[in-house]
Design a protein. Structure first.
Length: 565
């Protein structure tokens, strides 16, 4: 049952502050980080009154801490200070309060700087990253739970921590491990939905999944995954498989599995990827007998799909019946978040030069960049668990997929960077991309657009802007109360799941206005999406007895060969 009035409970702000709308393919140039530090030092020297003001406030906080008068306490959700010793032990309590006082006063100091909002956002991000690294919980001597582990295990936790650190340095490119990969076997307990590769090229595999209902809808669904990650996120486990869910709704899902490129594939750009998708659509239409297709793309796959829709329209190809855009930003702005403020023309130039020199943007580099967007959750949390506690990281299927990294070709990386430089999805017809003048204002198929409340990669308000970019008259925007990946992988059955949608009206220009119209609904948004798709998938017909056809016979079983690259 829907609830009127939407209160995101501060989740949107927390999500933005935690990481922001910066796509890690841009990265942050060292020079830009140093520039922010220089600006902060300049502000200290140029505005001493502000600095002294907050130093006095900090001194007062320290005096209260020493005399046991301080009321400083961590956020109840801050797991770093969950151990009871932070409250019961005077030394640990003072250490925690000293850190919280430092954190508070640095934040207040930045808020009072005589700088513009862009510089303030940059200073907030950099200062927060520095303060996160200085938390006493990140050290053995300053972490009571780690010290307890040492005593309880007779020092074994220290030995295990050293072993974990050594393994990360030698085998994980110096990145702290986020997941225990041992329990997961691709094709055995991950990505096991029955299906087969019916079309393979050097760049991609097209997977058709075996129907699970006696009848299926005529118009198939093609899922275009990001080139940055492996496609099997859409078929993670049986409980979290989007492919399994769509099959159960009588739909015909097909999935593209991109090859993990190497240096020899450096010239694969957006045009080449889109040509491959068009070939896949040809195959799907030939196999199903349908003259139309429903498309779905998430994250960078949504950028690819949107470019595809423009190119199909420009060439007179009317087979795109509908499109679903998940957690994807087509109109990025530097004020989407504090970390987004660090994107600079200089940083984009350096990012393009680095990948051009190597031929690829390595998956490990992307993984490292993702982690540092949320250092407390994705770096220091695992430093404490793996190194200080000597524990193995958790065995979590989504993190297993997330750590199965892929590379990005230099040409595709360069094409994606143009989204920041030229804003081609906003400046209709001004940029030549993928062999045509990109103009999504001419794309008029029905649209389903998804955002995530706590998404730190593609903030929901940035995703919402896509509702205003297309020429479609029927646009549905849904906001999932989840983060970037779990907004997509949101199967029914989670009692905490909920989403928001507004009445069937054209989405207003401002996301805040949409939010006032929106209502809260319990559960997963998947059933809503399935009904939306079924309304656009034609009549029911008998399910195919076999996969593929004579020209495109079934080959390797799903998840295909490229999933293992």
């Amino acid at each position: 049952m829907a609830k009127k009035g939407v209160d995101l409970g501060g989740a949107d702000e927390a999500g933005g502050a935690a990481g922001g709308g910066l796509n890690p393919i841009v990265g942050i140039a060292r020079e830009d980080l140093l520039g922010v530090v220089t600006m902060m030092l300049r502000e200290t020297m140029g505005n001493p009154a502000n600095s002294f003001k907050h130093m006095r406030a900090f001194t007062g906080d320290v005096a209260d801490i020493i005399t046991a008068k301080s009321t400083l306490a961590p956020d109840p959700k801050d797991k770093r200070f969950a151990d009871s010793a932070w409250q019961s032990n005077p030394l640990f309590r003072m250490s925690m309060q000293y850190y919280l006082a430092s954190q508070k006063n640095v934040k207040n100091w930045v808020a009072d700087m005589k700088v513009d909002e862009l510089e303030r956002s940059r200073a907030n991000f950099v200062s927060a990253m520095i303060m996160d690294s200085l938390a006493p919980s990140n050290t053995l001597a300053g972490n009571p739970s780690a010290l307890k582990k040492v005593i309880e295990t007779g020092g074994l936790s220290l030995m295990n921590g050293l072993k974990n650190a050594y393994n990360d340095i030698v085998h994980n490119d110096g990145i702290v491990s986020q997941v225990d990969k041992k329990p997961f076997k691709l094709g055995e307990n991950i990505a096991i939905q029955p299906g087969a590769v019916i079309h393979r090229t050097e760049m991609m595999e097209l997977i058709q999944y075996a129907p699970t209902t006696e009848q299926v809808h005529e118009i198939p669904v093609l899922v275009v995954p990001p080139q940055i990650n492996k496609a099997y996120l859409n078929d993670l486990t049986p409980e979290k498989s989007m492919m399994r869910f769509l099959l159960g709704q009588g739909l015909q899902p097909f999935l593209i599995s991109w090859r993990n490129p190497t240096i020899e594939h450096r010239a694969w750009g957006l045009n080449e990827y889109i040509e491959e998708i068009i070939k896949a659509i040809d195959v799907i239409c030939a196999v199903t007998g349908s003259e139309m297709i429903n498309l779905s793309g998430g994250c960078s796959g949504g950028i690819t799909m949107s470019t595809l829709l423009s190119k199909m329209k420009a060439s007179g190809d009317e087979r795109a019946n509908s499109a679903t855009l998940m957690v994807c930003v087509l109109h990025p702005k530097r004020d989407d978040s504090e970390v987004g403020a660090l994107v600079s023309d200089h940083g984009i130039k350096l990012a393009r030069e680095r990948s051009a020199k190597k031929g690829i943007l390595e998956g490990k580099s992307l993984s490292r960049m993702f982690a540092w967007l949320r250092p407390n959750d994705l770096v220091w949390n695992y430093v404490v668990n793996n190194y200080l506690h000597g524990e193995d990281p958790p065995a979590f299927d989504i993190l297993f997929w997330n750590n199965d990294t892929t590379n990005l070709t230099a040409a595709l990386h360069s094409d994606y960077l143009r989204n920041y430089e030229e804003q081609p999805f906003v400046n209709h017809g001004k940029s030549t991309i993928a062999g045509h003048q990109l103009d999504i204002s001419k794309v008029d198929c029905d649209l389903f657009i998804l955002g995530g409340v706590t998404d730190h990669i593609t903030p929901w308000k940035a995703c919402y802007r896509s509702t205003q970019l297309f020429g479609s008259q029927n646009v549905e925007f849904v906001l999932s109360h989840s983060g970037h990946v779990q907004a997509i992988i949101n199967p029914p059955g989670n009692p905490k799941a909920k989403y928001y949608r507004a009445p069937k009206v054209k989405p207003p220009e401002a996301p805040e206005k949409w939010l006032k119209l929106a209502q809260e609904f319990p559960g997963s948004w998947w059933p809503l999406w399935a009904e939306w798709l079924k309304d656009r998938s034609g009549n029911l017909k008998p399910a195919p007895a076999e996969l593929g056809n004579a020209d495109h016979p079934p080959g390797d079983k799903a998840p295909g060969r490229y999933a293992f690259d």
